[in-house]
Design a protein around this ligand. Structure first.
Ligand code: S3P
Length: 172
């Protein structure tokens, strides 16, 4: 039986806030993959991208995902690009129910526009266009990784957490 819940999905779909709400409701530890990467690197995610490049970030992400996948009974928030690498999906699947959070394009753009600086991949002159293009290419990866899909539009993090608990009750 898989004992972790891994949240995946595009930037701005609420993985962190929902993960925190979910871990509180379940009494489980919350782990953010990006936080592990930043701690190990001793610098922020944008600094890793600018100093070392995206490929180095992705290698660190792979190691961090493999490590958190070994844990039991935790809620994991993955960076928005984690499921683009099949190895990460395989690692997560071993012990995690994978829940994809989705939101409409407009809501994502509105949410990420509050923190573009913290997201190097969104450093573009036309934010909406950039988000639309990334979403389009990533959608198949998100859908194929997901055990469950939860639409977050118009919901508070605690409401999304309740929807996730409903989905995974039989699994965990
Ligand atoms: C990324 C998403 C970010 C972070 C990095 C790359 C992506 O995480 O891992 O900037 O490729 O979508 P969030 O989804 O938590 O913003």
């Amino acid at each position: 039986m898989r004992s972790n819940i891994a949240l995946v999905g595009f930037m701005g779909t609420g993985k962190t806030s929902v993960g925190l709400a979910l871990s509180e409701k379940l009494g489980n530890t919350f782990i953010e993959v990006d936080a592990i990467i930043a701690e190990r690197a001793g610098k922020s995610i944008p600094e890793i991208f600018s100093d070392d490049g995206e490929a180095t970030f992705r290698e660190m992400e792979k190691q961090a995902v493999a490590d958190v996948s070994q844990k039991n009974g935790v809620v994991i928030s993955c960076g928005g690009g984690a499921v683009l690498d099949t190895i990460n999906v395989v690692s997560l699947r071993r012990n995690s129910v994978i829940v994809l959070l989705t939101a409409p394009l407009e809501e994502i753009v509105q949410r990420v526009s509050r923190n573009v600086d913290g997201r190097p991949l969104l450093n573009a002159s036309d934010l909406e266009c950039r988000v639309r293009e990334l979403l389009r290419t990533r959608q198949p990866f998100y859908l194929s990784a997901a055990d469950y899909v939860v639409d977050t539009s118009g919901l508070e993090p605690t409401e999304v957490a309740d929807a996730i608990i409903d989905c995974v009750t039989e699994e965990t």
